[in-house]
Design a protein around this ligand. Structure first.
Ligand SMILES: [Zn+2]
Length: 322
């Protein structure tokens, strides 16, 4: 046949495909989430997330040494305290579980970028991301506590803080407090576009942060809204976010793409617990090839526009990429 176009010519061999590949995945782009719990020698697997563990500080350090050896540049820490209360005071305790972890990791693996998640939901007895007034999360009093939490993480030696609460005005408030307390060099990654998603289910097992009443729809975004997602992101950049994020990733690739078209700051995507659990669960049953689905998923998130991916697959992917 005399065909004018034969795109298959460039797909014939692996080297031809490599030459024309548009999207690349590298360990440089991965951030590994870790869950810190009190105690020593604790390594407790999260039931709904095979291969993911709640770790005591000593185990977190070991994990971070492995992560660094795999060429992954950073981790993000979540804390699960012994005791929870209405105001999440464990979050801004200078001797809290995340603060202890940051100090230990920075001492053992100084070059690893240690990011801290800034939110109250792991620390409140009601499981919401802020202070409750009249049956709902009160915005401004919550922001005050988030500022205290971010400063406490900064004092512990965190390299970056990442507010995930979705309160209005928290980026500006945290940025101002960091700048006013000698942490003007510390970058802030905003969970700028965080949807009220059912894909967080397994994370709530891991972080023991299931809301005891209601849900998070009065502060997290409606999954149906794309224009609002862009607006939320622009507001956070305006308030001083150095990096922005879309969470979850897989069901929101159009949002990633839309935001990528509009902003120039680095864009992260959170490949969340439910996305991880679906692939792990199907792979364990032999229903899909877990490694291939993982790499295809991470590549798709990059192709949609993410510079960075927070993912429980970070170690598995880095091993395959080596
Ligand atoms: Zn939260």
């Amino acid at each position: 046949m005399n065909l004018k176009h034969r795109p298959r010519r460039m797909r014939r061999t692996e080297n031809l495909r490599r030459m024309t590949r548009e999207t690349h995945l590298s360990p440089d782009q991965l951030i590994y989430p870790l869950f810190a719990v009190p105690g020593e020698g604790v390594k407790k697997e999260v039931v709904s997330m095979p291969g993911v563990f709640q770790l005591s500080v000593d185990e977190i350090v070991k994990e971070c040494e492995q992560v660094a050896a795999l060429g992954i540049p950073g981790v993000i820490l979540f804390g699960i305290p012994d005791e929870k209360d209405a105001h999440g005071s464990g979050a801004y305790d200078d001797n809290g579980i995340v603060q202890q972890s940051v100090r230990a990791v920075k001492a053992a693996v100084p070059d690893l970028v240690v990011i801290t998640d800034v939110c109250l939901c792991e620390y409140t007895d009601h499981g919401h991301c802020g202070v409750i007034e009249d049956g709902d999360v009160a915005n401004d009093p919550t922001v005050e506590l988030l500022v205290r939490e971010a400063l406490s993480h900064a004092r512990a030696g965190a390299d970056m803080v990442a507010p995930s609460d979705m309160m209005d005005g928290r980026v500006a408030a945290i940025r101002g407090a960091l700048d006013g307390n000698g942490f003007e060099h510390l970058p802030l990654m905003s969970y700028s576009t965080k949807f009220a998603s059912a894909y967080y289910g397994p994370f709530r097992d891991a972080a023991e942060s299931v809301p005891q009443f209601g849900d998070r729809r009065s502060y997290q975004m409606d999954p149906a809204n794309a224009r609002e997602a862009v607006r939320e992101t622009l507001i956070d950049i305006e308030e001083g976010a150095d990096l922005v994020m879309v969470k979850p990733a897989l069901a929101y690739l159009d949002i990633l793409h839309a935001i990528r078209e509009r902003v120039d700051v680095p864009l992260a995507a959170y490949n969340v617990s439910g996305e991880y659990a679906m692939i792990k669960g199907a792979a364990e049953r032999g229903w899909v090839d877990g490694d291939r689905v993982m790499m295809e998923t991470l590549t798709a998130i990059r192709r949609a526009g993410a510079d960075l991916i927070l993912t429980y697959f970070a170690k598995d992917a880095a091993r395959l990429l080596a």
